[in-house]
Design a protein around this ligand. Structure first.
Ligand SMILES: Cc1cc2nc3c(=O)[nH]c(=O)nc-3n(C[C@H](O)[C@H](O)[C@H](O)COP(=O)(O)OP(=O)(O)OC[C@H]3O[C@@H](n4cnc5c(N)ncnc54)[C@H](O)[C@@H]3O)c2cc1C
Length: 554
């Protein structure tokens, strides 16, 4: 990605075919598709790339077995189509960035033969709908085999499990890989740049977006022939900027997750809790060295803070513990996160029952094209529909969409053994090489090349972590990170691995940022303090006590 100042100048001094508002999965997907079809495209994001819903997902690439169940029990053709489309997209997502996404086996514990038959038939249907995109067929595991695969499963009442396949991925880094792909194809992207209004031509059509640069406070006008609103759960606010007073379409719902030590279920497979007291499902998934447990589903408002509260953590633990021989306690939680689903409202349906289908809306008086709803798994299909609409809107000859077979940046010549070349060429440990290969793909070499000029960057960010200091410099130079949270939450993922480790890493991240971005000592101290206090507050809200008060030395 370009340096932020250069990108800002380019954006200010050029006109574009398309301006995409929002740098989550939907916006990044639209930007890649548009640029690859030859539209000169710019993307602006109010916060950091992927800072909202797109880094707060359960990190599953899936059709959704619960949605299939709803499709059948409620004879809902809409739900069925969402599942079918998502299952096709699942394979494409896995193929296009294999370093960031992989198949996962999920186990559904059954306590009676009736349940075994029920889930066996359901999962066979799920396989059948997958068609050519099937990852591997679902199957029944006996009680003994289930325990061998997942030794922490509670024995009493267990009759067996049904195992089925879906995909899992690193959502924040997938989002960054999309943006790298976009900018490498010639697109312009800018984070921490919020659209605050529009300028219209004499017929009322949008022609400029007023954008505020968060760093300088300065405003710039972004000129384009078409505008896509990909603001996820905030899409109604952008619609309102284009047409004040417009009827709201979204009904956001909050989902929380907690992370625990991975040995809590001692398995490479994931556990699906098939029914909670309020009729939901909960996943417990081995992810990046941790056990990721989620999610809740509650109606929320845009004003609500996306933090995990103590009662939400307890709800998740309560339901998971029903299946575990050794119950987990709140004190074992290492981190957590919450996000807002951008669901399209539909009558009085509860949020857990709303369809994850997307909609493309053209607001006729202004020409704003909004992409509403959807899910991570279908981001590419949503983008394809949106860019087809843009081309029609611009009366351009339809150019074919190529994203279904376009591999993302970092995937070029990547193979699962790529990490061995990193060990050989850069003399790093197997653990670090595997970590870098899975986060950056072949771009891991660019990260490691930074250590040639500055060997100190080969040190871990915190003792014992496979993350290197070089990742901080790479995030600043190549991925437009500008805050400690940009680095620890989305570039390296250390904030998810452990809140304690992230707090401990903050002073070192601050020091490298001060050096690379030219911060003054007081700026550095303030940034570190702000981050450490933020994490401390997240811990307190979840009822956890930070191990020790940190002394912040800039
Ligand atoms: C708890 C939870 C679990 C989920 N799990 C899964 C899962 O396992 N698999 C799956 O497929 N899907 C999952 N989803 C759904 C998926 O995460 C979302 O559908 C997807 O991330 C939405 O992406 P988006 O780009 O539309 O929204 P966002 O990621 O929220 O991006 C919108 C962006 O627009 C920016 N923005 C807002 N206003 C402006 C403005 N005025 N100017 C500029 N930028 C602006 C925001 O800062 C934000 O970054 C889950 C969602 C949640 C909440």
């Amino acid at each position: 990605m370009r340096n932020r100042v250069v990108a800002l100048n380019e954006i200010e001094n050029n006109s574009f075919d398309l301006c995409v508002i929002g740098g989550g999965a939907t916006g990044a997907g639209c930007a890649v598709d548009a640029q690859l079809r030859g539209l000169r495209t710019v993307l602006v994001e109010a916060g950091d790339f992927a800072c909202a819903t797109s880094s707060s997902s359960t990190k599953l690439i899936h059709g959704g077995v619960r949605y299939l169940e709803q499709a059948i029990s409620e004879r809902d053709l809409g739900q069925y189509h969402v599942v079918r489309r998502a299952l096709r997209e699942r394979k494409i997502m896995l193929d296009n960035a294999p370093f960031l996404a992989k198949p996962l086996e999920l186990m559904v514990p059954c306590f009676s033969w009736r349940e075994i038959y029920y889930f066996r038939i359901g999962m066979k249907l799920y396989d059948w709908i997958s068609g050519h995109s099937l990852l591997f067929p679902s199957h029944h595991l006996s009680k003994e085999e289930s325990l061998r695969r997942m030794p922490m499963l509670k024995l009493d009442r267990l009759v067996g499990t049904i195992a089925y396949a879906d995909g899992q991925f690193d959502d924040a880094r997938y989002n960054l890989a999309l943006l790298q792909t976009f900018t490498k194809s010639g697109g312009e992207a800018l984070n921490h740049a919020r659209v605050t209004g529009f300028r219209k031509n004499s017929t009322g059509q949008l022609m400029q977006a007023r954008v505020q640069d968060d760093l300088s406070g300065r405003y710039l006008d972004v000129r384009a022939r078409a505008f896509i609103n990909a603001a996820g759960p905030f899409a109604d606010s952008v619609r309102d900027l284009a047409k004040p007073g417009i009827r709201r379409r979204l009904r956001p719902s909050k989902g929380s997750h907690i992370l625990l030590p991975v040995d809590a279920i001692a398995s490479n497979d994931a556990l699906l809790v098939p029914k909670t007291d309020d009729g939901r499902v909960i996943f417990a998934i081995p992810w990046s060295g941790r056990l990721l447990v989620g999610t809740t589903d509650e109606d929320t408002t845009l004003q609500d803070e996306m933090v995990v509260r103590e009662e939400e953590a307890e709800y998740l633990l309560k339901h998971l513990n029903r299946y575990l021989v050794r119950p987990l306690s709140k004190n074992q939680i290492v981190s957590g996160f919450a996000g807002m689903r951008p669901l399209v409202a539909s009558g009085s349906r509860r949020s857990k029952d709303l369809i994850r289908e997307h909609e493309i809306e053209i607001e006729p008086s202004s020409g704003l094209i909004s992409v509403l709803g959807g899910k991570w798994t279908t981001y590419r299909a949503m983008a394809e529909d949106a860019i087809d609409t843009v081309m029609q809107f611009l009366a351009m000859p339809a150019a074919p969409c190529i994203t279904s077979s376009h591999r993302l940046s970092g995937s070029e010549e990547w193979s699962p053994n790529f990490w061995t070349a990193l060990v050989r060429d850069y003399g790093i440990s197997k653990e670090t090489a595997q970590h870098l290969s899975c986060k950056f793909g072949t771009a891991a070499k660019e990260v490691l090349n930074l250590t040639k000029e500055n060997p100190g960057l080969k040190e871990p960010i915190v003792a014992g972590s496979p993350s290197l200091l070089a990742e901080i410099s790479y995030g600043l130079q190549e991925e437009m990170a500008i805050s400690i949270e940009d680095i620890l939450a989305r570039r390296t993922g250390l904030q998810l691995f452990s809140w304690e480790q992230a707090r401990a890493a903050a002073p070192m991240v601050g020091a490298i940022m001060a050096q690379d971005l030219g911060w003054s000592p007081s700026q550095q101290k303030a940034a570190v303090e702000e981050y450490v206090n933020k994490i401390g507050r997240l811990m307190q809200l979840m009822g956890l006590r930070p191990r020790e008060k940190m002394l912040v030395d800039a």
